[in-house]
Design a protein around this ligand. Structure first.
Ligand SMILES: Nc1ncnc2c1ncn2[C@@H]1O[C@H](COP(=O)(O)OP(=O)(O)OP(=O)(O)O)[C@@H](O)[C@H]1O
Ligand SMILES: [Mg+2]
Length: 265
């Protein structure tokens, strides 16, 4: 199924059984974070991980997929900003080795070039047909910066037959909400739990660069750096269906990834 199929836009199926109303939990791979989240992220939810560059967003996503792999779950990591090799090297330095899971087919690391018209179909095909229990999109920001003409949108058919963003007229402005919503729609269509990242510089006006994903996401985890104090913070800002503290927690990035202070593995 892809975005051109009419069935993609079908209505959601409404829950009929009471047992399906209970929120199941998906462990993040960071025990202290799971404790703060009543056991983990809600199953089939989308969590936005937001923070400035270098704050540990990618690191948190590594824990999430690593935990999935350990549990024998199929995991997909869509990388837009970083190349696959860079992700592999970067994750290795933080104590993760994803090569065995890639070899045995449990983990797929997918680099997407959003300047290609086919990018959205590649992404939707992978999400909709890959049978993944965990999906990471790192990061969401370039999606929101893409002009509407790209990727099978309404205007796409009228667009010139050409595969590069630079060829499109400048008046085809980015339409953040459209892109973010469509990506979230892909994720909602399948029984997956997702983590998406967004760069954030100033949280006085929004909690993501596109300023819509924090509303569309089921959860928001904020990461922050305080260079003057040489300190990092993690805050659970929102998590639907979950009782949680809003208190910022001190975290560290080490050779074992992201750890809560005083909770070194
Ligand atoms: N082994 C390590 N020991 C200590 N700190 C590390 C280690 N590896 C990475 N770091 C820290 O982690 C930061 C990178 O974290 P990460 O890539 O998760 O951030 P990010 O929020 O995804 O950044 P970006 O927005 O640039 O993608 C580095 O800038 C460095 O400060
Ligand atoms: Mg990153």
């Amino acid at each position: 199924m892809n975005i051109e199929d009419a069935s993609f836009y079908s209505e959601e199926e409404v829950i009929k059984n009471e047992k399906d109303l209970v929120v199941e939990r998906v462990p993040t791979g960071i025990p202290k974070l799971d404790e703060l989240l009543q056991g983990g992220l809600p199953k089939r939810s989308i969590t936005l991980v937001s923070g400035p560059p270098g704050s540990g967003k990618t690191m948190l996503c590594f824990h999430f997929v690593d935990e999935g792999i350990k549990r024998g779950e199929r995991c997909l990591y869509i990388t837009v900003d970083q190349w696959v090799n860079s992700i592999l090297v970067h994750s290795h330095a933080a104590g993760f080795n994803f090569l065995p899971a890639i070899d045995n087919g449990l983990f797929k690391l997918m680099h997407v070039d959003l300047e290609k018209v086919s990018a959205y179909n590649e992404i939707s095909d992978e999400i909709l047909t890959g049978g993944y229990q965990r999906i990471v999109v790192d990061s969401l920001s370039p999606f929101a910066d893409t002009p509407l003409v790209l990727g099978g949108s309404v205007e796409f058919e009228k667009a010139p037959i050409i595969d590069k963003l630079s060829a499109y007229p400048s008046e085809t402005r980015p339409v953040a909400r459209f892109h973010v919503r469509r990506l979230f729609d892909f994720l909602h269509k399948v029984p997956t739990t997702a983590m998406v990242t967004s760069e954030l510089f100033d949280r006085t006006h929004s909690l993501s660069r596109d300023s819509v994903s924090e509303f569309l996401a089921d959860g928001v985890i904020l990461l922050d750096v305080d260079p003057t104090m040489d300190r990092r913070k993690l805050t659970i800002w929102k998590m639907r269906g979950t009782k949680h503290t809003l208190k910022p927690h001190d975290v560290l990035i080490t050779e074992q990834g992201l750890v809560f202070k005083n909770e070194l593995r």
